[in-house]
Design a protein around this ligand. Structure first.
Ligand code: MG
Length: 339
């Protein structure tokens, strides 16, 4: 069977540029693709690699789509996306929607809490009260974006601003060296910190030993994010017996089902996380998150409203999402908006 394949690129300014240890990020670039059968069944997918996160780029993805051409078969799609995980995952998702033979993952639960993303630096203190008012009790604060000592001195103010029983995650995006990581983890040990995400960069030559050492030396769990750029890295960390948390961005994976089966068999602790994609990719990623049979940790999807053009946003800002909220996300208006 041949399909009709089409794609549209986007460049969407964020409402507020994101400040992380990787720098300032103000425009999200990606593409939506559409696959149609001769009978008119339609499936959409989103390709949104994160700059600096692995080697896949939007330029490589678009070149591959042009090579695949407008009338692919399932075989030429798979061959053309080989080595490009975001593209392969998006094409697989669009193919599933065109065919009833391979269904989407079934939800394992109806309701999951959402972690609200808090901005780096002192701005965090102005944002917390509104989020608490909305009902959020799980939060992720970006650290590693400013002076480590200044940020460390803010930690107790942040904790004091949160209602008791709240969960706070810290995400350093690989900004720290060993000494800075140790200072933070010492401070976190006596405080209600859910986990510390990616204290040191995977680019650090000693990253593997350093992360395993820190995970063994301190009680606060450490979560891997930038260290997990694809399926093979996730499997390597499973083989190493990583005792901490795995941050999984389904939008970056070629075959989330295989990876998640493996993580579940290993009884891994998994947090599902956004790649700051539009509602098209978010719908797919949240599908995997709701299908996860292990413990449901707060979703790392509390990022909306995200884009200046609100038509591209995912679910509304809320402390919980229900599965029907996710299934209501419709890719077609976003596709049309890019015309
Ligand atoms: Mg992260």
């Amino acid at each position: 069977m041949t399909y009709e394949l089409d794609h549209r690129r986007y460049a969407l300014p964020f409402r507020t540029p994101l400040r992380t240890a990787h720098g300032r990020w103000s425009v999200r670039e990606g593409l939506l693709l559409r696959l149609r059968t001769e009978e008119g069944a339609t499936g959409y997918g989103e390709v949104a690699p994160i700059p600096g996160f692995g080697r896949e780029t939007l330029e490589l993805d678009e070149a591959a789509l042009i090579r695949i051409g407008p009338r692919p078969t399932a075989e030429t799609l798979a061959a053309g996306a080989s080595g490009l995980d975001c593209l392969a995952g998006a094409l697989a998702r669009a193919l599933r929607a065109c065919s009833s033979a391979t269904p989407d993952p079934a939800p394992a639960r109806d309701l999951i809490p959402v972690a609200s993303l808090l901005p780096a630096g002192r701005d965090v203190l102005a944002v917390i009260p509104g989020r608490v008012e909305l009902g959020f009790r799980a939060f992720k604060w970006k650290v590693g974006a400013g002076d480590p000592a200044d940020e460390l001195s803010l930690l107790d103010d942040v904790l004091a601003a949160l209602p008791s029983g709240s969960k706070l995650r810290l995400d350093a995006n690989g900004a720290w060296d060993r000494r800075q990581s140790e200072r933070w983890l010492e401070r976190c040990a006596e405080r209600p910190i859910e986990h510390v995400e990616q204290p040191v960069s995977p680019e650090n030559r000693a990253a593997v030993d350093l992360l395993l050492g820190l995970a063994g030396d301190y009680p606060t769990p450490i979560a891997l994010d930038e260290s997990l750029v694809g399926q093979s890295e996730i499997e390597t960390w499973l083989d190493r017996g990583w005792p901490g948390v795995y941050v999984i961005k389904p939008g970056l994976l070629a075959d989330p089902r295989t990876v998640l089966d493996r993580l579940h068999r290993a009884r891994a602790r998994v947090v599902f996380s956004s790649c700051l994609e539009t509602a098209v990719g978010a719908r797919d990623s949240l599908g995997w998150a709701f299908s996860w049979p292990g413990e449901a940790r707060a979703l790392g999807f509390g990022v909306w409203p995200l884009f200046q053009d609100a038509r591209f946003d995912g679910p509304f800002l809320a402390p919980f999402w229900r599965w029907p909220d996710v299934t209501r996300l419709d890719p077609e208006p976003l596709w049309t908006a890019l015309n």
